[in-house]
Design a protein around this ligand. Structure first.
Ligand code: FAD
Length: 364
């Protein structure tokens, strides 16, 4: 097309924890927001995917929201743990963007990034950008994952994914089948089982871990995911390594008898599900708490994937794409947590600035 693209050094795509941390670091390394770099974010408001979280997810039921660099979360959250995460975090991010003058452009959805020789062309519904490098921080919320099971299309009831969940009351009087063994599955099972009948299925037996979350297990889990992405394998959920910490809520669920986990069914029928051993179960709702995948479709023309389908990651915190070092993925793989995203933003900003020779230019 003949439309002119705005030339910048770096485009950050996404303004969640990972994108904002990256923006903070680019700015403190000397790039000017809005000119040296721009941040494009699809969401209508600040807050990244936190603005979409279900209302019962409060600051007492999240694991922990890590501070962004340079300005603490605690002062915005106050001491009230009952406040909704979908309110507190967006409020914090809004203040943060304002405080550091990050000039996030929103809503701005990036549809595609194409290689243009030395440059990358970023197409968005708020205009075209021509960049020397990109930091992709698009998270996973836009890409819910539901595994394929035969018969899914014949099911006469309702099928939902974690991201559609609002409140347990919407299921009153219905038999709900909760699928999945992660933290979200357990939290939603807890809430729904208090108002209606539930059945819980997981692919592998859930591994509960007694005692408080230990940092060593967390570090090992992150290291394992990091090893996978450095080898070009798809990242994996951290819970698969750490196990589920037994919280008081989980202990109470045990006592109420709602943690009677069933193995995964083999088929979906018009009225419910069917197991290989011949058992069947009628349900009204199948709630897929089966996680998310990284939202990377807009990067397809860059051909970052190997023949195996994976992306080989390199760099200090494995944020840099080996095949195209102008591209960093933050909040991806080992950095898919608020603390990980936060650190990854710093590493990506420094490495990309260095790779593009921007640090030297600034110093000279
Ligand atoms: P996001 O917050 O998802 O931000 C991505 C942004 O990019 C969004 O604003 C999105 O609109 C935008 N975007 C996406 N695609 C495009 C596009 N094509 N163009 C432009 N913009 C785009 N982690 C913890 O550390 N502690 C917790 O307690 C915790 N609880 C969680 C609870 C739930 C229910 C879930 C789902 C996750 C939880 N996590 C938690 C994980 C954590 O939320 C994320 O890993 C973390 O927030 C990383 O954010 P991000 O910046 O990568 O992504």
């Amino acid at each position: 097309t003949l439309r002119a693209a705005l030339k910048v050094d770096i485009v950050i795509i996404g303004a969640g924890q990972a994108g904002l941390s990256s923006a903070y670091h680019l700015k403190s390394l000397g790039l000017t927001p809005g000119r040296g770099f721009v941040v494009l974010d699809q969401a209508p408001q600040p807050g990244g995917a936190w603005q979409y979280r279900w209302p019962s997810l409060t600051l007492s039921t999240v694991n922990r929201v890590h501070d962004l660099p340079g300005l603490g979360f605690a002062e915005y959250a106050g001491g009230d743990a009952s406040v909704k995460a979908s309110v507190a975090v967006p409020h914090y991010f809004a203040e943060y963007e304002e405080h550091f003058g990050l000039q996030v452009i929103r809503p701005a959805r990036v549809s595609v990034v194409c290689p243009r020789g030395e440059r990358l062309r970023v197409e968005s519904d708020r205009g075209l950008f021509s960049a020397r490098g990109i930091i992709n921080a698009t998270g996973t919320w836009e890409k819910p994952y539901i595994p394929d099971y035969p018969g899914a299309e014949s099911f006469g009831g309702q099928q939902l994914h974690t991201r559609d969940y609002r409140t347990a009351e919407q299921f009153a009087g219905k038999h709900v089948l909760v699928v999945g063994g992660g933290i979200s599955a357990i939290q939603l099972l807890d809430e729904i089982s208090k108002v209606t009948r539930t059945t819980w299925v997981t692919r592998t037996p859930p591994r509960f871990r007694e005692g408080p979350f230990d940092e060593d297990a967390g570090r090992k889990a992150v290291a394992m995911v990091e090893e996978r992405v450095r080898a070009g394998l798809p990242p994996r959920a951290v819970v698969s390594v750490t196990g589920l910490p037994v919280t008081p809520a989980i202990e109470a669920m045990r006592q109420r008898g709602v943690l009677d986990r069933q193995p995964m069914f083999s088929e979906i029928t018009s009225t419910g599900v069917h197991w290989d051993d011949g058992r069947t179960l009628d349900v009204d709702v199948i709630l897929w708490c089966t996680g998310f995948r990284s939202a990377l479709d807009h990067l397809a023309p860059l051909q970052l994937r190997e023949e195996s389908g994976g992306i080989i990651m390199t760099g200090r915190l494995a944020t840099q794409v080996e095949k195209d070092p102008r591209v960093h993925l933050v909040g991806y793989g080992p950095s898919a947590s608020t603390i990980g995203a936060n650190r990854a933003g710093g590493a990506a900003a420094r490495e990309l600035m260095a790779y593009l020779g921007l640090e030297e230019k600034r110093r000279s």
